[in-house]
Design a protein around this ligand. Structure first.
Ligand code: ATR
Length: 302
């Protein structure tokens, strides 16, 4: 696997970009930082398995220069790109066209260059829906969901996907209430068949509200460090709960450990990462994503 991180200056010419490589760069993940990205481990084996002559590279792009990066990739004849933190919102503005999920979520994580234009998709939300189906053999329509740490980008994407799919109730939980209140206002206006409620992370009623939900999700960054505590009290979990943490490294956060102790069924963010990648690959190469190869590639680095 190619572990190099490319910079904007490396896009100056195709010759420079592909020097010392036997395959041309055709796909990239754009982020800042991007060195840690697991996407190449999933997409390069997929390209190889499909017999596609190309490299999937990591491209570090400073904040404010996403449009420039995408225009360069377009001019160089790239097939497409993935966009990761912190560029998913800016990428939306760089697109000539975006799909419905990207428009609703307000962020783009997948780009395909189509006849000189930049087209954007969001596969994070749909990837999450697939992950829930795979992990818990259950689907979002009609579900009662609690999203902990809904103030960040992941929480916003998942809350919107739950509404798109017709969840019955979405409880937004956050340390900073203002952030989720504005999100709830926007979602309430757009999706009349889903009920939205906001509750503070330190609200004494949180566990009572959690008990009325079926699916609890952590989308906060609490748990990324191995010694992090859980964002919620362990007594919030019950055996009837499906509990999903969008974090996949470490594989078992304190949030999930507490849930397991209370008898809940748990899963981590590996499946969401995999399925957003599979859906992105299917946008670049319709119907050709090799699921098992991508799963094994991702497994090798996480
Ligand atoms: P983004 O995804 O936009 O980069 P982030 O800073 O990583 O955002 O934060 C994602 C979520 O984790 C937010 O909901 C954040 O809560 P606030 O909106 O109150 O900042 C939550 N979060 C981060 N650190 C937290 C902590 N120590 N305790 C509780 N929630 C936290």
């Amino acid at each position: 696997m190619n572990t190099d991180v490319y910079q904007l200056k490396d896009l100056a010419s195709r010759d420079g970009l592909d020097a010392f490589h036997d395959k041309p760069a055709i796909l990239a993940v754009i982020g800042c930082p991007v060195a840690h990205s697991a996407s190449p481990a999933m997409h390069q084996p997929a390209l190889d398995a499909c017999g596609i002559d190309g490299r999937y590279i990591k491209l570090e792009v400073p904040v404010g220069r996403v449009m420039e990066a995408l225009q360069h990739l377009n001019e160089l004849g790239f097939v497409g790109a993935n966009v990761t933190v912190p560029h998913k919102f800016a990428a939306l503005d760089a697109c000539h066209k975006v799909d419905e999920a990207a428009r609703q979520i307000g962020a783009v994580n997948t780009i395909r260059f189509v006849e000189g234009e930049i087209h954007g998709w969001n596969t994070d939300g749909p990837g999450f829906a697939r992950a829930i189906e795979e992990e818990f053999a259950s689907r979002l329509p009609g579900m009662r969901v609690m999203i902990v740490g809904a103030g960040g980008g992941a929480g916003q994407a998942i809350a919107t996907q739950c509404a798109i799919d017709g969840a019955q109730r979405v409880i937004l939980v956050n340390r900073t209430l203002e952030k989720i209140r504005s999100l709830a206002t926007v979602l309430e206006r757009r999706f009349s068949s889903t009920q939205f409620h906001c509750i503070g992370l330190d609200d004494p009623q949180l566990c009572g509200v959690a008990r009325q939900c079926q699916l609890l999700i952590n989308t906060s960054s609490v748990g990324l460090r191995p010694d992090d505590s859980s964002p919620v009290n362990a007594s919030c979990f019950s055996p009837h709960h499906w509990v999903y943490d969008t974090i996949y490294k470490p594989p078992l956060t304190q949030f999930l450990r507490d849930a397991v102790k209370q008898g809940a069924t748990v899963a981590n963010g590996f499946s969401m990462l995999l399925h957003q990648g599979v859906l992105a690959y299917d946008i670049w190469y319709p119907g050709r994503a090799p699921l098992d190869i991508m799963r094994a590639g991702l497994r090798s680095v996480s």
